[in-house]
Design a protein around this ligand. Structure first.
Ligand code: ITT
Length: 202
């Protein structure tokens, strides 16, 4: 069994939305989450895949602080836009773009090419857990859905106000944090990661 008492993971993210969701998921499992120190170096996301970027963010910070470090690289993949914004989701409208600017750029790009009623998309969360002296563990979560044209809801972050999960009528931004944490790509990835850890220590 995994011994989760007194477990601390540093989460290598500057995205407060992600941090909140990860913390809410892990705390009941006995894993305490530490935020990235303010003076931590900026990790350049030079990878072309979610996995590569997650690995970069986890391993570099793990090397520096010598403790378990969890990183999430995630994004929204829109079929109509050939997979865009994908790994560029956080920077879609520019290097320093806000969530709102990214969301509006996405709506604009979709409106330029939209033919069908339903614009299918998926959120992907790729996690990497780096630990001193261990191989890095990976886990992925995918959340299928479609985009709507008018943002709804004030919860969550990023593209949540325009993303509706396939069988569910609400956007992710219309769910509470705990509801989103039962169905989201990030929650599925966390579930898979915890399962892998349990296997490892069984
Ligand atoms: P860190 O690299 O510091 O973790 P980031 O926001 O730059 O923060 P990413 O490079 O992984 O992280 O980009 C993820 C982007 O994808 C994020 O900024 C959102 O625009 C979008 N995204 C990811 N998960 C999301 C979610 O659950 N809801 C809405 N948008 C999400």
């Amino acid at each position: 069994m995994m011994h989760t008492s007194h477990v601390n993971w540093l989460v290598s993210t500057r995205n407060q939305g992600k941090l909140k969701e990860i913390e809410a998921y892990l705390l009941p499992l006995g894993i305490q989450v530490l935020p990235l120190p303010k003076d931590a170096p900026e990790v350049e996301e030079t990878g072309e895949t979610f996995e590569e970027n997650a690995r970069l963010k986890a391993e570099s910070i793990c090397k520096l602080y010598q403790m378990p470090v969890l990183a999430d690289d995630s994004g929204l993949v829109v079929d109509l836009l050939n997979g865009e914004p994908g790994v560029r989701s956080a920077r879609y409208a520019g290097e320093t773009a806000t969530d709102e600017q990214n969301l509006h750029k996405l709506l604009l790009e979709v409106s330029k090419v939209k033919e069908k009623n339903r614009v299918t998309a998926r959120f992907i969360s790729q996690l990497a857990l780096a630990r001193p002296g261990f191989q890095t563990l990976y886990a992925t979560g995918i959340c299928e859905g479609f985009l709507i044209e008018k943002p709804r809801g004030s919860g969550g972050f990023g593209y949540d106000p325009i993303f509706v999960m396939a069988p569910e009528g609400r956007t992710l931004a219309e769910m509470s944090l705990l509801e989103k944490n039962q169905v989201s790509h990030r929650a599925l990835a966390l579930e898979a990661l915890v399962k892998e850890l349990r296997h490892e220590s069984a």
